[in-house]
Write a protein that binds this ligand. Structure first.
Ligand code: 5AD
Length: 354
């Protein structure tokens, strides 16, 4: 009981000071209880409402290629997975997705893909310019992995507004257990600092419950995110994929993911925080619960239906129901039912980019 009181005080401290020490993060994360979560979520909702009201921003997610040169141990589209049917969308395909999305009310398009050599800088620049020329009132977000400073700069100059690149785990040795040796947490984090310096609205994030993850690693994630002060943070539970080295590992839980969402909202009150597809995959009402824990963004799938099953980062990924763009009426009803409204707006970050 004394412990509960102490942990509740830590939540209050986080609420006031927007920060905790590593030890405090560890105590809070490892000592969490349903009662504390309930308390945390009520404060997180209050913070979210103070800045964003009950608006929910939508982003149209276009998964433009599932070719990837990387071999991350957790990811279903890793290079070594020979069972994946590989595809890439042409520029015309992508523009068609944007057209559909625009009519559905989307004002942000997120181009997400593996690290695919076919999409050279020149092709990407052309694509970015075409999207921005046709949809000048829309924000364009890229999520296409690690690139050089110069390349990020070129994409930015071509018109890209935002970039998502999850740091995955801030702990260097934990990162090594999730990735092949050629990838490093240091490089990943450098990319994020570069993106911020260039002027992107920058998004980072991590998986919750990834193999070998300890409360200490989550504490480091929080400290890293505090330091980076990103505009967006995408988190979701790790979910095993049958054709990866982590096929037999346990999935992350709904409960811990929601707790981390609440903590993130208190730490960075203005952050854009999606209730992710992975959250909607582990629980039917996962995305609603994410909103009620402090999230304020959803990212319905706008990819052509024919390729959606091939962009399978983990098993049983939802992609054709109410979470997809064409299910936007149902999504709207679901959000209305919990007292929130989907809005048609670019939904820029309230955190300044400078
Ligand atoms: N489970 C959950 N999330 C995953 N991602 C990749 N593989 C998985 C998985 N098996 C996440 C990573 C990546 C984002 C696009 O998807 O965090 O950055």
């Amino acid at each position: 009981m004394a412990n509960q009181k102490h942990l509740q005080e830590l939540i209050d401290k986080l609420h006031i000071e927007r920060n905790l020490s590593k030890e405090e993060w560890i105590s809070l994360i490892s000592g969490r209880t349903p009662k504390l979560s309930h308390y945390l979520f009520s404060l997180a909702r209050k913070e979210r409402c103070r800045h964003y009201g009950t608006d929910i921003y939508i982003r149209g997610l276009i998964e433009f290629t599932n070719y990837c040169r990387n071999d991350c141990f957790y990811c279903g589209i890793r290079r070594s997975n020979a069972f994946v049917h590989r595809y890439r969308l042409s520029e015309d395909d992508i523009l068609t997705c944007c057209h559909t999305g625009y009519l559905l009310g989307f004002r942000t398009f997120v181009l997400q893909g593996g690290e695919d050599g076919f999409y050279t800088d020149e092709r990407m620049v052309h694509l970015i310019q075409s999207v921005k020329e046709l949809y000048p009132d829309c924000a364009l977000t890229l999520s296409a992995g690690e690139k050089s400073y110069e390349t990020y700069q070129r994409f930015f100059d071509a018109g890209a507004d935002r970039y998502l690149l999850r740091h995955e785990t801030a702990d260097f040795s934990h990162y090594k257990r999730l990735h092949p040796l050629c990838l490093s947490a240091k490089k990943r984090q450098e990319c994020l600092w570069n993106l911020k310096e260039i002027g992107y609205q920058t998004g980072t994030g991590f998986m919750v419950g990834s193999p070998f993850q300890k409360a200490e690693h989550l504490a480091e994630d929080m400290l890293f995110i505090k330091k980076l002060n990103p505009h967006m943070v995408g988190i979701g539970p790790f979910i095993p994929h049958q054709d990866t080295p982590f096929a037999d590992k346990k999935a992350g839980t709904l409960e811990l993911t929601l707790f981390m969402l609440g903590l993130l909202r208190l730490m960075l009150p203005k952050v854009l925080l999606p209730a992710t597809t992975a959250l909607g995959t582990i629980a039917k009402n996962g995305r609603e619960l994410g909103i009620l824990a402090g999230a304020n963004v959803v990212m319905p799938n706008l990819s052509p239906i024919s390729v959606r099953k091939d962009y399978s980062l983990y098993d049983n990924k939802i992609c054709t129901g109410e979470e997809a763009a064409e299910g936007s009426k149902a999504l709207k009803e679901r959000m209305d039912a919990i007292g929130y409204q989907i809005v048609t707006a670019r939904g820029d970050s309230l955190i300044s980019s400078i």
